[in-house]
Design a protein around this ligand. Structure first.
Ligand code: IMP
Ligand code: MG
Length: 179
């Protein structure tokens, strides 16, 4: 697997430190006793991020799963986001924090934000680990881990053709492997 990457963009340790800091920002925001927090991770890309993040959050929370497919098959060209599952559970009157791996064009997040808002939550916020600046129109994330250049990255949950999600760092794929 290691041979497939041209460069490591973010090392595991750096990601770990940023996720911990992000958890503190999020914990400060949802501190009130009245908070009824539900995290809504968008699968599969946010799997690793959310599992690290929630263990750093000293808050009572529920989970509502949303499974969306944006890149059907092996491609880096975003297709139309397809809802596979969710949001699971009852999110009415809950403070929902949507979690995604990356904010790219924003099509996935605007779709999910609309789906969640339609179910009458008390509030909706969004946290993403990565953001590619300047591409998303009309979609905002309240919490952002890292701003990165517009390059295709894998690892720490992010995939290419459903591969590389388990790679602990975030890396660039060798260009000849991308079609
Ligand atoms: P958007 O709908 O264009 O914002 O794309 C967001 C979704 O596309 C994310 O949830 C990712 O699954 C996927 N995605 C976007 N950019 C990348 C990338 O650089 N590597 C891997 N997946 C990506
Ligand atoms: Mg994804």
């Amino acid at each position: 697997m290691e041979d497939d990457f041209s460069r490591i963009l973010l090392e595991r340790g750096e990601i770990e430190r940023r996720v911990r800091a992000l958890a503190r920002e999020i914990a400060d925001c949802y501190d009130g006793a009245h908070t009824r927090l539900t995290l809504a991770p968008i699968l599969s890309g946010s799997l690793i991020f959310v599992s690290d993040l929630i263990r750093e959050l000293p808050l009572k929370m529920k989970l509502s799963l949303v499974h969306i497919s944006t890149y059907p098959g092996q491609t880096t060209q975003p297709g139309s986001p397809r809802v596979i599952v969710g949001p699971t559970g009852d999110i009415a009157n809950r403070d929902v924090l949507i979690i995604d791996d990356i904010l790219d064009t924003g099509r996935t997040l605007s779709r999910v934000q609309a789906m969640i808002r339609a179910q009458g939550p008390a509030s909706v916020r969004t946290a993403v680990l990565l953001r590619k600046p300047g591409k998303a129109r009309g979609v905002e994330a309240d919490f952002v881990g890292f701003d990165i250049d517009d390059e295709f990255v894998v690892g720490y949950g992010l995939d290419y053709g459903d591969l590389y999600r388990n790679y602990p760092h975030i890396a660039l794929l060798r260009p000849e492997l991308i079609r």
